[in-house]
Design a protein around this ligand. Structure first.
Ligand code: NAD
Length: 496
């Protein structure tokens, strides 16, 4: 994908309700480009009335369109057509994704857009696979559990991978026959509008996929509290997840899926067979998207015998990264989403130094001459579990280092009191790797790799305060279904 001029990208700022763009009221939020801090668009904020309109429209579409009623294979065919349209639109979608987010345009074109399309295809394939069961009843009864969609699902997405994260919410919900009202992050609200337009073009009935724009306090909260929303599926911070759960509980107890924060360890034993490959894996796990990934491997736990050599190698790999605007195809290091977030990250790093931490690489912002927010990939050694830098989700390119001597100590250090999203274990000893995998309290453990493959069958989700439920896999599809029991009595027996 070539360099693009961010000032030439046409951005449509609106809601998307009933298959159409709906212009908002004048009270807009400013939307900035993290690469240079420039305000490039305003955003309407949907108030409770507009959220109500979107949800009621969606409910009507769920009840009156054929989306939930049709043969599931027909739904799947439309979803696959939608995915094809997304793939074909990469030249429009990639700049739209990159311009105001932290996603470099090259990555947006080669990964975010095609991965979004492929995820939709994956969930489309589930549409006719799970229908329910026949129960083992007495012979003059027929007992069935029938899998049914919920109705209207409220989806709330974060800013860090706008298209991919939104599609992981929307695609399984639609494949299962639901209608969806999505609220994207107010910081990255535009690329999903384009895919909603393509959804309509693909044949998804008007009102089945809607977008309301706005912040969490007004729009997100109204969506969670709406009585016609029967399930909320959310990806974002643990704090917001708790607020959403409370809002859902206060308004009629709704089902929730919550994909939340993490502070994931990468454990490196001295016997790793290929130190260079391991170092590159560990480096990528904390620098990808400038560490703004829920499963970022932000805590290195390394065995003493190789610690110094390994850290030196990591520093050299960090130095290869080239920070640059998201519209620059040569950039390999993303910006931080905002200056405020960058100041928060820097504050944690500086406080870690004051507490005895040692900066081995990075440790400060990168001067850009404008309001662009870039932070040096940073290694913080000499850290301890009590330190804020080790406890808090930094959501930036900051790797803390802790050294261990044996397996038991590695397990103790890996345990986080709150989070349990993911972990990586690097060792040549498969027995040890599996002991660690069973011992670590996390929703995902990667052995001798870090991060997902490009398939969708392995679910992702957190233990502890990192979440409830799963995205991806069969589990994510099933979470968008509820089960109705039907018992038929065809009356041969006199006993009831
Ligand atoms: P955030 O929690 O600040 O916001 C996420 C979304 O929630 C946004 O759309 C926001 O407007 C909305 N929101 C905020 N307050 C709300 C409220 N009271 N009611 C309803 N909606 C509300 O998170 P963020 O800064 O956008 O994203 C970063 C966080 O997301 C990190 O903690 C990261 O770990 C997490 N994340 C988790 C996963 C996962 O799969 N577990 C994936 C990506 C990101």
């Amino acid at each position: 994908m070539e360099r693009f001029d961010p000032d030439q990208v046409a951005v449509r700022s609106a809601h998307f309700i009933g298959g159409q763009y709906v212009e908002g009221k004048a009270d807009t939020l400013d939307v900035k480009r993290p690469s240079d801090g420039k305000v490039y668009a305003g955003l309407p904020v949907a108030d409770a009335d507009l959220v109500d309109r979107a949800v009621q429209d969606s409910w009507r579409a769920f009840k009156t369109s054929d989306w939930a009623r049709c043969a599931p294979r027909d739904r799947a065919r439309i979803l696959r057509r939608w995915a094809d349209l997304i793939d074909a639109d990469v030249k429009t979608l990639a700049p739209l994704e990159a311009i105001g987010s932290t996603r470099p345009v090259k990555d947006a074109a080669s990964w975010d857009v095609p991965f979004t399309a492929d995820g939709i295809r994956f969930f489309a394939e589930w549409a006719d696979k799970i229908g329910g069961d026949v129960a083992p009843t007495r012979t003059d009864h027929l007992g069935m559990t029938i899998a049914e969609p919920y109705g209207v699902i409220g989806a709330i997405a974060p800013w860090n991978l706008p298209l991919v994260m939104s599609s992981w919410k929307v695609a399984p919900a639609l494949a299962a026959g639901n209608a969806v009202v999505l609220k994207p992050s107010e910081m990255t609200p535009f690329s999903v509008l384009r895919i909603a337009e393509l959804a309509t073009e693909a044949g998804i009935p008007d009102g089945i996929f809607n977008i309301v724009q706005g912040d969490g306090r007004v729009t997100g909260d109204a969506l969670c509290r709406h009585p016609r929303i029967s399930k909320v599926t959310f990806t974002g911070s643990t704090r917001t997840g708790a607020a959403i759960m409370a809002a859902c509980a206060e308004n009629g107890t709704k089902s929730v899926t919550l994909e939340l924060g993490g502070k994931s360890p990468q454990i490196v034993f001295a016997d790793v067979p290929d130190m260079e490959k391991t170092a590159r894996t560990v480096a990528r796990a904390i620098t990808l998207n400038a560490g703004q990934v829920c499963v970022a491997g932000s805590r290195l736990i390394v065995q003493r015998a190789i610690a110094d050599r390994f850290i030196a190698r990591l520093s050299a790999i960090f130095a290869e990264l080239k920070a640059g605007n998201t519209w620059d195809p040569d950039a390999t290091m993303s910006p931080i989403i905002s200056n405020r977030e960058m100041e928060r990250i820097d504050g944690i790093v500086q406080r870690a130094v004051a507490e005895g931490g040692r900066i081995v690489a990075g440790g400060s912002r990168i001067a850009t001459g404008n309001e662009g927010a870039f932070y040096q990939p940073t290694i913080l050694a000499n850290t301890a579990p009590r330190m804020e830098a080790v406890k808090t989700e930094i959501f930036g390119p900051v790797l803390t280092v802790q050294v261990f001597d044996d397996e038991d100590e590695a397990l103790v250090l890996a345990d986080h009191p709150e989070y349990g999203l993911a972990a990586g274990v690097h060792t040549a000893d498969i027995g040890r790797a599996l002991r660690m995998a069973r011992g670590i309290e996390a929703g995902t453990v990667w052995i001798n790799r870090y991060g997902r493959t490009s398939d969708f069958v392995i679910p992702t989700g957190g233990y502890k305060r990192s979440g409830i439920g799963k995205d991806l896999g069969r589990q994510a599809y099933e979470a968008n279904l509820r089960y109705k029991s039907v018992l038929v009595d065809f009356g041969l027996s006199k006993l009831c």
